[in-house]
Ligand binder design. Structure first.
Ligand SMILES: [Zn+2]
Length: 465
């Protein structure tokens, strides 16, 4: 989105109006004559209320935006109000929005709502292309520019997830990653032969039924050469999940099973865009989980990269298998100071939290606490689930060191318990984004389909920890 400097004669000026009492707007704005609106009593300035008015002089349109009561305002309410205004402007095919009020949440609200996935549509929907700032300070401008740059990462993640599974295979993810390489960014794409040589057998097992090759994608982002800190971000990249031989009965959304990988790539887009002074190592194990005569089978045992043997008691619990190898290899190779993985891992997290909250599991309270703080700031909400040792009994196998799925119940926690076995003592947090990464329907400022969840959360975490 472009940033322009605005004037009172612009195409569409958003005029935020607060309430001075119950459903009573404070019409004291000096720039515009709002007496007719006031007399009509059509506008109450309730939170998120919008009304277009067409003044005789000056601006072509005023978009009156109800803000509710000032003393009740929070960043999230700013986001929602300005997202509503943005959608109203999009419905009128307005291309430039002019603002009179500035804060980070306002920029976020506009950016969150100003998205449409139209790659496969003949007629594209209209979106805001520029934001004009009226009487803004250089600090306001810089803040808006930074937010919009971070959103390039959010949109990239959304687009990758929304594309056809055949248009976003492991090779496509690798190609996207390779384009990110630059002065402080090295990208490695490890192929099937490398995976065999290194012994990432769980990733290889999951890939057996597919006609496309798996890969392990690595991005070394080094924004702070002086620091020894290195955050490893691992994203699940199952580009289509049929469930394998334990075939799913419903798989209409299963192209979204690489949303963790998309968020990790989006994070690097954002970090690169704002030249974030942090070190990040992204690791993406990627494959399809398809079916064929070559598919890996329920009941078989495979030896992981770490050496632990795993009994496959459900081929649809493939995410934790590919993540286990990626976590163990990355931990050994890069010795990160902390690890965060993002994965559309379990239906259980949707049972617990619907599409509202990401499940957070961790072996380190301090790390989990920092992620929760970032969650509160960004409103990408997370909630902790416990990884008590007793849950490990659910994954006991008679013929291997561990099962990948195990006995009934606690499905999200079992995912976390399984992954914990592969990170050693390194502080680690697992984000189960199965509910929040892909929505059944549009809600608030989030679109139907991919949300890009995780990009803003981890950017905020890295910027502020
Ligand atoms: Zn699965």
């Amino acid at each position: 989105m472009k940033l322009l400097s605005g004037s009172l004669n612009d195409d569409c000026i958003i005029l935020p109006l607060w309430q001075k009492g119950e459903h009573t707007p404070d019409f004291k704005d000096k720039n515009f004559d709002l007496r007719a609106v006031q007399a009509s009593k059509d506008f109450k300035a309730d939170e998120g209320e919008v009304l277009f008015v067409y003044p005789e002089k000056g601006a072509k349109r005023l978009l009156l935006l109800g803000m509710g009561k000032k003393e009740e305002m929070t960043p999230e309410r700013y986001r929602r109000a300005y997202a509503t205004a943005t959608k109203a402007a999009n419905s009128k095919k307005i291309k430039t929005l002019t603002l009179m009020d500035y804060n980070k949440a306002i920029a976020e609200g506009i950016a969150l709502a100003n998205y449409a996935f139209d790659t496969y549509k003949t007629e594209k929907r209209s979106l805001i292309e520029a934001v004009s700032l009226l009487k803004a300070t250089p600090k306001n401008l810089a803040e808006f520019a930074r937010v919009f740059t971070v959103f390039e990462g959010v949109y990239a993640a959304r687009n990758m997830v929304n594309l056809n599974a055949d248009d976003m295979t492991p090779a496509h993810l690798a190609a996207f990653a390779e384009k990110l390489s630059g002065p402080h960014i090295k990208v490695h794409v490890h192929d099937k032969i490398w995976l065999k040589k290194k012994g990432l057998n769980l990733l290889l097992a999951v890939s057996k039924g597919s006609v496309v090759d798996p890969a392990l994608i690595v991005i070394e982002y080094r924004g702070d050469a002086k620091s020894k800190e290195n955050t490893m971000v691992v994203g699940k990249g199952v580009t289509y999940d049929t469930g394998g031989l334990n075939l799913k009965t419903e798989m209409g959304d299963m192209k979204c099973d690489m949303a963790g990988a998309a968020a990790a790539l989006g994070l690097i887009v954002a970090a690169k865009g704002v030249a974030l002074k942090k070190n990040i190592t992204v690791i993406i194990p990627t494959t399809e989980n398809a079916i064929s005569g070559a598919s890996y089978k329920q009941g078989d045992v495979y030896t992981s990269y770490l050496g632990k043997t795993v009994e496959i008691d459900n081929t649809d619990a493939e995410g934790r298998l590919i993540l286990a190898d990626a976590l163990a290899w990355g931990n050994k190779e890069y010795k990160p100071t902390r690890i965060i993985d993002m994965a559309t891992l379990t239906g259980g997290v949707v049972v617990a939290f619907a599409e509202e909250v990401t499940g957070l599991m961790s072996n380190d309270e301090a790390l989990a606490g920092k992620i929760q703080t970032a969650s509160a700031r960004t409103f990408e909400r997370v909630w902790p689930l416990p990884l008590y040792d007793e849950f490990k009994d659910l994954l006991k196998s008679d013929i291997a060191d561990i099962k990948n799925c195990g006995s009934k119940g606690a499905s999200s926690i079992k995912g976390g318990i399984f992954l914990k076995e592969f990170v050693g003592d390194t502080p680690w947090a697992h984000l189960d984004i199965a509910g929040t990464a892909y929505l059944d329907g549009e809600k608030r400022y989030l679109p139907k389909g991919a949300t890009g969840v995780g990009v803003r959360l981890l950017m905020d975490f890295l910027e502020n920890e």
